[in-house]
Every structure is written in structure tokens, then in C-alpha cells.
Design a binder for this molecule. Structure first.
Ligand SMILES: Cc1cc2nc3c(=O)[nH]c(=O)nc-3n(C[C@H](O)[C@H](O)[C@H](O)COP(=O)(O)O)c2cc1C
Length: 263
């Protein structure tokens, strides 16, 4: 789209993931405040704010996260880390605190006692957490900070739970590393073939998939000699990877934790 002159659209257009940080430039209190405030301004289902943000600055914690998140040393080198925790623990605690979980309240209100969230609650709370994370990412960009999401926060559930003291009914779904970018970052190309569908879902036919493959090869594998290099690359490096197997094992545990089914 290029430069539009609209500050928000231009910020979105030019953002790209930052994996190298200039440690000679301190993150200011104003920058931190702008990022955290923008996160809190994100839409939230019923304004329930079903997430918590763990603000991590201690080097030892970042070093440990670097190992636990699929050995990515850039996490150690990022001056600031935010973990967006999908959080219903705070609501269960509040329900308990004001007496909603007592038999008297059940009789008086006609609502059966419900001491654990379900998958429906997870569906909306997860949206809350991720939308807040993206508000933070865009605000960071707007105040001169770079960010990178770290999906691997879902791995090694037992160790991450212990490291961050995460209780029942929480899932650490999103993580951002933040800091002053070390260098100019050209925007990463993003494929758009077969992305927006009119009115109904339309499963791709062969010509559409050929167009999709061609677009992705041109963007990510321009020197490939055969079509489909990018798709094969994703299959071997991501879809069948050890880290994805570990993420799936951990996500199973996190969902049990969410539902209050123990570890
Ligand atoms: C959910 C999610 C998880 C990600 N996890 C990682 C990660 O663990 N390590 C990493 O280097 N980049 C990670 N990224 C960054 C993506 O690789 C990046 O967004 C993508 O290549 C597009 O590039 P761009 O952000 O520069 O537009 C993640 C992004 C998202 C949205």
C-alpha cells in the first residue's frame, strides 16, 4: 500500500519483526507506559479483561525463557519481555471473593455454582489476550520500539508454569520481546492470495493453489527451481518439527490447567 499519510495505517504497513536490539538505547518510562496503556485499551469481551501481562525485565528470567522457548538467544538479548497470559484465575478468585461460589448465592441467584471456566471462556479470553498483545506491538512501533512475537512460549509448560508462578485457569499464550531496533528493518512480504473470501468459505481449487504457491515462492524462495519450495519448506521446518510436537504436548497441559483438571 505504501505511505498513506495516515499515522496508524503507516505504522501497521511499516512494522516488521525485530530480532536485534540496540542495547545502548534505554527504553524510557514513557515508552513502557505507552505500550502497556495501549494494551489495556484493546477491546475486551464484556470489558472483562481476561488476561494478565507479565512485565519481565530480570535478565535471569529472560535467559531462562530463551532456553525454554526453543533456544532463541535473542530473547536474552531483548531488554523487555511481555507475556500475555489468558487469565480466568482472576475471575474465579473474584467470584469466590464476593461469595458467588457459595450455596446461599446459588439458591438466591438461581445460578448453579460454576467453579471452573470452560473452552468457551477460553475462546473469548484468548482473543482478549492476543488483541491486547497486538495493541502493544503497534503502540511499541509508534513510539520507536521494535517487537517480535515468540510463539514458543507455549512449549515446556511445566517449566514455564514454575518460572512465572502461573496458577490454575491461566495459559501464557502470547509473548512479545521488545527493544530499540538495531537497524532499519525492511517490511517482510505477506502473501495475500486466497486470504479474503467473499461471503462464504471457499476451499482453494488447483488454479488458486498454483497462484498461492507462485506468490509464496516469489516472496520467500525466489531462486527455487521447482514450484512449491516454500510449501515444502514449511512442511519440513514447521509442520513436522520437534518444536511443534512439543507445543502440542504443552498446549494439551495448558488446556487441562485452564479447565482446572490438574497437571
Ligand atoms: C504467533 C506468532 C509466533 C511467532 N513466533 C516467533 C518465534 O518464536 N521466533 C521468531 O523469530 N519469530 C516469531 N514470530 C514472528 C514471525 O516469524 C513474523 O511475524 C513473520 O515472519 C512475519 O514477519 P513480520 O512480523 O516481520 O511481518 C512469531 C509471530 C507470531 C504472530
Amino acid at each position: 500500500m505504501g505511505i498513506t499519510g495516515n499515522a496508524v495505517l503507516d505504522c501497521i504497513e511499516h512494522r516488521s519483526s525485530t530480532r536485534q536490539f540496540d542495547l545502548t538505547v534505554e527504553i524510557t518510562a514513557e515508552q513502557r507506559e505507552a505500550v502497556l496503556h495501549a494494551a489495556s485499551r484493546a477491546p475486551s469481551a464484556g470489558a472483562m479483561m481476561m488476561y494478565s501481562i507479565i512485565d519481565i525485565r530480570e535478565q535471569a528470567t529472560r535467559d531462562r525463557l530463551a532456553v525454554l522457548c526453543d533456544n532463541q538467544p535473542m530473547i536474552s538479548k531483548a531488554p523487555w519481555v511481555l507475556v500475555f497470559v489468558v487469565d480466568y484465575c482472576k475471575w474465579i478468585d473474584l467470584f469466590e471473593h464476593v461469595g458467588c461460589l457459595t450455596e446461599e448465592f446459588a439458591t438466591e441467584s438461581g445460578c448453579a455454582a460454576r467453579p471452573h471456566p470452560g473452552l468457551g471462556d477460553f475462546g473469548i479470553a484468548a482473543q482478549d489476550a492476543v488483541i491486547a498483545a497486538q495493541n502493544a506491538a503497534i503502540a511499541a512501533e509508534a513510539v520507536g520500539l521494535g517487537t517480535c512475537y515468540i510463539g514458543d512460549i507455549i512449549e515446556n509448560a511445566e517449566e514455564v508454569r514454575d518460572l512465572l508462578d502461573l496458577p490454575e485457569h491461566t495459559v501464557p499464550l502470547s509473548m512479545l520481546i521488545l527493544g530499540t531496533p538495531k537497524k532499519e528493518r525492511p517490511a517482510t512480504p505477506h502473501p495475500t492470495v486466497n486470504l479474503v473470501m467473499e461471503e462464504r468459505y471457499r476451499r482453494a481449487d488447483a488454479p488458486t493453489m498454483d497462484a498461492q504457491v507462485a506468490e509464496m515462492d516469489a516472496m520467500f524462495r525466489p531462486h527455487a527451481t521447482e514450484p512449491g519450495a516454500r510449501v515444502r519448506d514449511i512442511y519440513t521446518r514447521k509442520h513436522t518439527s520437534d518444536f511443534m510436537a512439543e507445543m502440542s504436548r504443552s498446549m494439551d497441559l495448558w488446556l487441562r490447567n485452564w479447565l482446572g483438571k490438574g497437571w
